[in-house]
Design a protein around this ligand. Structure first.
Ligand code: SF4
Ligand code: SF4
Length: 198
């Protein structure tokens, strides 16, 4: 067999496919040819399938019209659909127990952000125990993809996305740029603004 000039048990780069198949014991794939069944007259006309599809649609329509109270419809915006507790909504910046900002302007969230929508300017913290704080912290929601990587990257639980806020509408682009003052007050009712993380 052509290309077969190596000792038993060793495959060499120049071995051709036929040799490899023979050497490895793999059988060549066999192709089974299937005959195509010709369409019947009714299949060719498509009418039975059209009638079947329409009857399914009409039966669903009638079922829902007759049992409106069971329709899974929410009268938005008066009714909102419940969302999971861990839904990633608008961001908020957490506080320390003394009401100062938890963020230490380490930039990890801005570095992790794939949309580059976090802007931070660090300043010296008057508290000698904390090196820095953000004098500027903005999030551009128009670029944000709500991936949550900023929250994952933060080493001190300074940013969360658990506000459950998902209705975002505005009249100008500026309204979607959340500044530090907004983020530090963006705490949902019933949830503490304070994080006691180390
Ligand atoms: S959720 Fe994702 S895209 Fe939005 S600010 Fe955080 S890291 Fe950036
Ligand atoms: S929010 Fe967290 S990760 Fe981002 S700069 Fe502040 S401390 Fe660092």
């Amino acid at each position: 067999m052509e290309g077969f000039d190596f000792p038993s048990g060793i495959l060499r780069p120049h071995v051709d496919l036929t040799s490899w198949v023979w050497f490895s014991g793999v059988m060549p794939i066999q192709v089974k040819v299937m005959e195509r069944r010709p369409r019947t007259f009714w299949e060719q006309s498509y009418l039975p399938e059209i009638i079947r599809g329409l009857s399914t649609t009409i039966s669903h329509l009638l079922k829902h019209l007759l049992r409106l109270e069971k329709m899974p419809t929410y009268e938005y915006p008066e009714q909102t659909k419940p969302i999971p507790e861990d839904y990633r909504g608008e961001h908020r910046l957490m506080l320390r127990p003394d009401d100062t900002i938890r963020c230490t302007a380490c930039m990890l969230c801005a570095t992790a952000c794939p949309a580059e929508c976090i802007e931070i300017i660090a300043a010296e913290n008057p508290n000698p125990d904390v090196e820095k704080y953000p004098s500027v912290y903005t999030i551009n929601l128009l670029r944000c993809v709500f991936c949550g990587l900023c929250v994952e990257a933060c080493p001190c639980d300074a940013i969360r996305m658990d506000t459950q806020k998902r209705d975002m509408a505005g009249m100008s682009r500026e309204e979607f740029i959340l500044d530090i003052n907004y983020l530090m007050k963006n705490h949902p009712e019933g949830k503490s603004p304070v994080s006691i993380a180390l």
